[in-house]
Design a protein around this ligand. Structure first.
Ligand SMILES: Nc1ncnc2c1ncn2[C@@H]1O[C@H](COP(=O)(O)OP(=O)(O)OP(=O)(O)O)[C@@H](O)[C@H]1O
Ligand SMILES: [Mg+2]
Length: 321
């Protein structure tokens, strides 16, 4: 299990019950609901996320984890509910503005752009996540004043994620694991205070998993709060300060790793969701077809159309293919 971090220490006295208040929450969600037809995908009465900690969001396939991320980051709209991030009401703020408040997310299926170089991907990240117009980001005149600063930050992050030597490679040349690293590095270009990582380890070669984990663990020391979705309970137990368990859209349990692991509700959530006699904590199935996992082809920069695909719903669209 993780060494005692300062966030873990701050959470030590917090009662492990759903919706419990935290000493210093950076994100507070209230009454957040998202329905798709007759299905309630998210129904979160109250959730607080402790600043500076690593919070795992776990739950079986279809529990509503990605939908919850989509809602918080403006990639989807709720049927009801409000949430405050760092004191700001973000309930009606669109995705491209959410990043400017300091909240960014990565996607379950990576969105590293295969036809742009690693460095161009990073520069795109600096514009405030995926919402900004693609072309604009790549017109040097529009970012020249901060060009040197942006480039320096990109290089520093690429070095940190051991991608420095790949800066001129195309995104499409990277392995699945390297793409995950690139996506995380790119998200950090806006110097966020909260990063939401949706299955950052999924599809990553086991050789890279440990270094990816170390990178995630370092984020709080860089001043960031982390929420991550993960199916591998070993990973969850190793790096989390706090675990939130979702099932059928609701928060079923939350608490420090040791409490959650022995919570019967957690066991029920996994077994009760059709996982049957499988291991309770199986990884999410791969959902892409013949293309390498998580690759999204995007129109090259000289063509203006199609670039808004970056902005919304692409997770779901991609699965529909
Ligand atoms: N755009 C959509 N239209 C219809 N149903 C949706 C849509 N997005 C999500 N759902 C449904 O909402 C529920 C929650 O889905 P979600 O992707 O949030 O689950 P998850 O916890 O991220 O699962 P996984 O672990 O498999 O990634 C599922 O039943 C899913 O089929
Ligand atoms: Mg998901």
């Amino acid at each position: 299990m993780a060494e005692q971090t300062s966030a873990a220490a701050a959470l030590a006295g917090v009662e492990p019950v759903p919706g419990v208040a935290k000493p210093d929450p950076i994100l507070i969600a209230d009454g957040v609901q998202r329905r798709f037809g007759g299905l309630t995908a998210v129904d979160v009465e109250h959730l607080e996320v402790q600043r500076g900690g690593i919070t795992a969001l776990i739950g079986p396939n279809g529990a509503g984890k990605t939908t919850f991320f989509n809602l918080m980051t403006g990639f989807d709209r709720p049927n009801a509910g409000t949430w405050r991030f760092d004191g700001h009401d973000l309930s009606h703020v669109p995705a491209h503005q959410v990043a400017r408040y300091g909240m960014v997310r990565t996607f379950q299926l990576t969105k590293a752009l295969t036809r742009l170089s690693v460095m161009e991907n990073m520069k795109l990240g600096a514009t405030g996540q995926a919402g900004e117009r693609f072309l604009r980001a790549l017109v040097p005149a529009l970012w020249r004043p901060q060009e040197a600063e942006i480039e320096a930050r990109a290089i520093e992050l690429l070095e940190r994620f051991r991608l420095g030597h790949m800066r001129d490679e195309l995104g499409g040349e990277l392995s699945g694991g390297q793409r995950k690293l690139l996506e995380m590095a790119r998200a950090l270009m806006v110097q966020p205070s909260l990063v939401m990582l949706d299955e950052p380890m999924a599809g990553v070669n086991p050789a890279l998993t440990q270094s990816l984990l170390r990178h995630v663990q370092e984020l709080p020391s860089m001043g960031m709060t982390v929420i991550f979705v993960e199916h591998d309970m070993d990973v969850v137990m190793e790096i989390s300060d706090w675990i939130v368990v979702m099932g059928q859209g609701r928060i079923l349990a939350e608490g420090p790793p040791a409490d959650v692991a022995r919570n019967p509700d957690v066991i029920d959530a996994y077994i009760g969701a059709g996982h049957g006699d499988e291991s309770r904590f199986t990884p999410a199935p791969r959902r892409s077809g013949t293309a390498p996992a998580g690759v999204i082809e995007v129109t090259p920069p000289d063509e203006d159309e199609g670039t808004e695909d970056l902005a919304d719903g692409a997770d779901r669209r991609q699965e529909d293919q």
